[in-house]
Design a protein around this ligand. Sequence first.
Ligand code: FE2
Length: 248
Amino acid sequence: MLNQKQPNTFRLVQLTDLHLLAGPKEKYRGKNTRASFLKSLKLAGRLNPDLLLLTGDLAEDQQEATYTWLYQQLEASGLAWQWLAGNHDQPAVMAKFSPVNFHQQTQDWQLLGLNSHLAGATQGRLDKQQLRLIEQALNNPKPLLIALHHPPVEVGSQWKDALALQNAEDFWELLKDQPQAKLVVFGHVHQAFSCYKHHSLNLATPATSIQFTANTNKFSVNASAPAALRLIRLKPEGQFSSRLIHYE
Ligand SMILES: [Fe+2]
C-alpha cells in the first residue's frame, strides 16, 4: 500500500515548481496553480510523509503575499516540511518564514537541501557556502540525499540544459568518489527524468503547475501531461525506492 508506513523507512514526498500567484484566481500559463498545488498537498497528506519537500519555483510572482499563502497552507497541513528556492523565487523573502537550506538526519539517512538560486538568472549556481555544506555532509558516513532546484545533469532538452546548474562540475567533483551520495533530487525541468551519474541516481519530478515537453530543442508546454509528485522511501543501509504519482 502506498500510504502505509513501514518500520525503519523514512517517507519523503517531493512537490516542485508550484508557480503560485498572489491572486486566488490568477493563472500561470492558463492554469490556476493554487488549485493544482492544493490537490497535490491533499494527496501528499494521504501518503503519510515524514517530510514534505518543495524543490523551488514556489512563487511565480515572487510576492511576499504568495509565500504567506503557501506558508499558511503548509502549516495547516500538519506535515513536517522544508522548501528550497528556485530561479523564480526570492530566498530572502522565503527565509522570513522558513530556512532555504536544511541538513536533516533521519535514523539511516541524511538529507541536505541546497540553495541554487542565482540572483537575476534563470540558471542556477552553488556558491562556496553551498559547496561547503556538501563537504560537511560527506564527513558523515550516512547515505546522503541532496535536493536542489536546478539539475546538475543534462536532461536532453537543449534549451533547458542551457538553464541548468552552471557549476555542475564543482558539484560532481565533490561527489564523484562518494558512494554514500545515493540520491540527487531536483525540479526546474517540469517533467520526469532519471539518470545515474557516478554513484548517484538523479531524479526530476513533474511540476504541480504545468509540464514542459521532454526532449525538445525549443521551449514548449505539454498541456496533456499530468502533474505529479514523487514518493521516496529511504530505508536502512542506503536502500531506497522512488515512484511518481500522477494526480490529474
Ligand atoms: Fe519552474
